[in-house]
Structure formats: C-alpha cells, structure tokens
Ligand binder design. Structure first.
Ligand SMILES: NC(=O)c1ccc[n+]([C@@H]2O[C@H](COP(=O)([O-])OP(=O)(O)OC[C@H]3O[C@@H](n4cnc5c(N)ncnc54)[C@H](OP(=O)(O)O)[C@@H]3O)[C@@H](O)[C@H]2O)c1
Length: 218
C-alpha cells in the first residue's frame, strides 16, 4: 500500500508510521519529512504540486491550537487556523478525489468540532471537517472518506503543551473511562481502518471519545 501521511511530526503520526511499517509511507511535514510543505499556503497550484495521484491512502493529521479566545486573535491568526485546521485538508481532498479514483482519505478531526473549544477558530475549523466529510459525495466506488475525531490525547503535543493541568485532571476524573486517550490508541484505530479493505464505511465521523457525551443514566 502506498500511503501519504500529512503532518508527520505529531506523535500520533509517528505511532502510525510504526504500526504501518510494512507499508510504503511518504511523509509530509514542515521539516524532517519526504515532502516539505506549509499548510498555511492553500494556493491551488501549490496543493496540486504536492500530491501524487497514485497513493492508495492519504492521512491528514494537522492541528494548530491558540491559547487565546477568538476575540483576542488577529485576523491573520484566524485565517492561519482555518487554513491549517481545515482548508488545506479540504482543498487537497478536492484535488485528490477529482483525480484519483481509488483514493481513500482519513482525516484527524477532534471532539472540539462537535462540542466547541476555548479557541473558537479551532472549533469552527474542525466542525468544517465534519460537514465536509458528511456531505462530500464521492464519484468513484473505490474512494473512501472518513473523519476520526478523538477526545483528549494525553501524550499529544496539543495537550502536553497546555498549562491548565488542574482543569485537565478534573476532566479526566469525570470521564467515564477515568483516563484520556494516548496517541498509540488513536493510531491503532487508524491502522485497523486503513487495513480493512472495505470502503463501505464512508462519509462519516468516527468519534473516539469513550462515551463521554452520553447523557442518560439509571
Ligand atoms: N492532543 C489532543 O488532545 C487532541 C485531541 C483531539 C484531536 N487532536 C488532533 O490530533 C492531531 C494531532 O495532535 P497532537 O496533539 O499530536 O499535536 P501536534 O503534535 O501539534 O500535531 C499537529 C501537526 O500539525 C502540523 N502542523 C501545524 N501547523 C502546520 C503548518 N503550518 N504546516 C504543516 N504542518 C503543520 C504539526 O507540524 P509541526 O511539527 O511542523 O508543527 C504537527 O505535525 C491534530 O489533528 C489535532 O487536532 C488532538
């Protein structure tokens, strides 16, 4: 299997590279990757020059979280967030789906796309990925589009760089599983989805949240 892995520096991507070690993986990143790119640049010609059309699988794992409310974010930072967290991925998918009839695309979303975030730009961008995944009708029967949306990943950089450790500890205690995810657990789910040859699971969001949004109790 030929796989393009976009956002290769994240721990989740590094776990996936390990899990998929028997496959041929091309890494995309800002540095130390096979293909160097910047997701802030969403010009069509740039995106079209980045992606070969003979990959079987494309994984988009990009994230940019700001420790500021949207009202305190500059317009350029809001646009940066929308580009990195959604528009780069969506424009790339459009190009790939139009030109690669066997493309299977897996995008990393977030529970924030459903429930919101301290950073509204991040929430809105991740919610764009949800709408896109659900509504983008695919033209070829072998194509696949899935959004995998984890809740807090304890060892992910976006969590480990947070300073509100007490708040995180409180969230953990009230979580039904009394723990957060780790990157290898998310990677294992992606591995299972990629290795499953069926593409019937399509245009849907897989929420990996341990049941934290269920409300009815007895
Ligand atoms: N951590 C969590 O609790 C959590 C929860 C739910 C969902 N997620 C999602 O899980 C994924 C991985 O998160 P993580 O915690 O592992 O964080 P991370 O290590 O910061 O991963 C984010 C990735 O995005 C890349 N990226 C950021 N800006 C970029 C740009 N301008 N151009 C190209 N690449 C860029 C980063 O590359 P650089 O190294 O070059 O910055 C990195 O590879 C993200 O999609 C995130 O939204 C995380």
């Amino acid at each position: 299997m030929n796989i393009a892995l976009v956002g290769s520096s994240s721990l989740l991507s590094r776990c996936l590279i390990k899990d998929l070690s028997s496959e041929y993986i091309t890494t995309y990143g800002r540095q130390n990757a096979d293909i160097i790119f910047d997701a802030e640049n969403i010009e069509t010609e740039i995106i079209e020059s980045l992606f070969d059309l003979d990959y079987d699988v494309y994984v988009f794992n990009l994230g940019y979280l700001q420790p500021k409310r949207i009202k305190d974010q500059s317009s350029s930072n809001i646009i940066k967030s929308l580009s990195i967290n959604a528009l780069f991925t969506i424009k790339s998918c459009e190009y790939i789906f139009d030109n690669n009839p066997k493309a299977r695309i897996f995008i990393i979303g977030s529970e924030s796309g459903k429930k919101g975030s301290f950073d509204t730009s991040y929430f809105l961008a991740k919610s764009m990925l949800r709408s896109y995944t659900k509504e983008r009708k695919l033209s070829f029967e072998d194509q696949q589009l899935l959004l995998v949306s984890p809740s807090t990943i304890e060892d992910g950089k976006m969590t480990s760089s947070r300073s509100d450790t007490e708040t995180l500890e409180t969230y953990k205690q009230i979580h039904p599983k009394r723990r957060f995810l780790d990157s290898s657990e998310v990677s294992q789910l992606l591995f299972d989805l990629i290795k499953n040859p069926s593409t019937y699971l399509c245009n849907t969001e897989i929420e990996l949240n341990g049941g934290k949004f269920s409300r009815m109790s007895y």
